[in-house]
Design a binder for this molecule. Structure first.
Ligand code: GTS
Length: 230
């Protein structure tokens, strides 16, 4: 399967980066989970996409799992091109929509922020799926020790008044904002000591196409996590 993925990628790589006519498709469980950042990105960029919602029974049957490069979802399609790994998908969309900074240094910083967001997302998932009942107050108590790094990074870019890196939105902004938003659901006032992050979330979420997406049932009715905990 991994060979097939690589072949498709090479073929597609020869097409111009501005080829958007092919359909984007997200194949995932009924959750915001690892896909809401890509949905926000696609919505904000005015792109259409399809959703294939995978039920537990379908996943357990195993046929779809066999088609996934690492046996897990999400799976993402663009025309005939298929890939997995949520952060690789975000990077792919970053390249497709020119959301990957203006220089190699900006791209490196965008990667750095996105990797930092991934570290916190893994911590969050471990908590949600394995420790929700036993460690909720401890998780919330520890949250500032993670969030302070993002506040600091934001403050260093135009005083925190714009994006996380550079002067245009990047895929890392969508990922970070989604991550901060799900933490606000967990602990409503978790950004109270981080004024730049708080204003940043509001600013990005008020971009018209993101605001419309966030107001849609597609977003509002989709559970944050696969086990319904939030
Ligand atoms: N590193 C992968 C990514 O970022 O895409 C992790 C993917 C992953 O853990 N997928 C889980 C999965 O497929 C679902 S979720 O954690 O994203 O909600 N689980 C089912 C299985 O059989 O492993």
């Amino acid at each position: 399967m991994s060979c097939a993925v690589a072949t498709l990628y090479r073929e597609n790589a020869e097409r111009p980066a501005t080829t958007f006519c092919m359909t984007f498709k997200i194949i995932y469980f009924n959750a915001r989970g690892r896909c809401e950042a890509m949905r926000m990105l696609l919505a904000d960029q005015g792109a259409q996409w399809e959703e294939e919602v995978v039920t537990f029974d379908v996943w357990q049957a195993g046929d779809l799992k066999k088609t996934c490069a690492f046996g897990q979802l999400p799976k993402f399609c663009h025309g005939d091109f298929e890939m997995n790994q949520s952060n690789a998908i975000l990077r792919f969309l970053g390249r497709q929509f020119d959301l990957y900074g203006k220089t190699h240094q900006e791209a490196a910083l965008i990667d750095m922020v996105n990797d930092g967001a991934e570290d916190l997302r893994i911590t969050y998932f471990t908590f949600i799926y394995k420790e929700y009942e036993t460690a909720k107050s401890k998780y919330i108590e520890d949250l500032p020790s993670h969030l302070k790094y993002f506040e600091c990074l934001l403050s260093k870019n135009h005083g925190g008044s714009g994006f996380i890196v550079g002067d245009q939105i990047s895929f890392a902004d969508y990922n970070l904002v989604d991550l901060l938003m799900i933490h606000q659901v967990l602990a409503n006032d978790c950004l109270k000591d981080f004024p730049l992050l708080k204003a940043y979330v509001s600013r990005i979420c008020s971009r018209p196409k993101i605001a419309a997406f966030l107001a849609s049932d597609d977003h509002k009715k989709r559970p944050i996590s696969g086990n319904g905990k939030q």
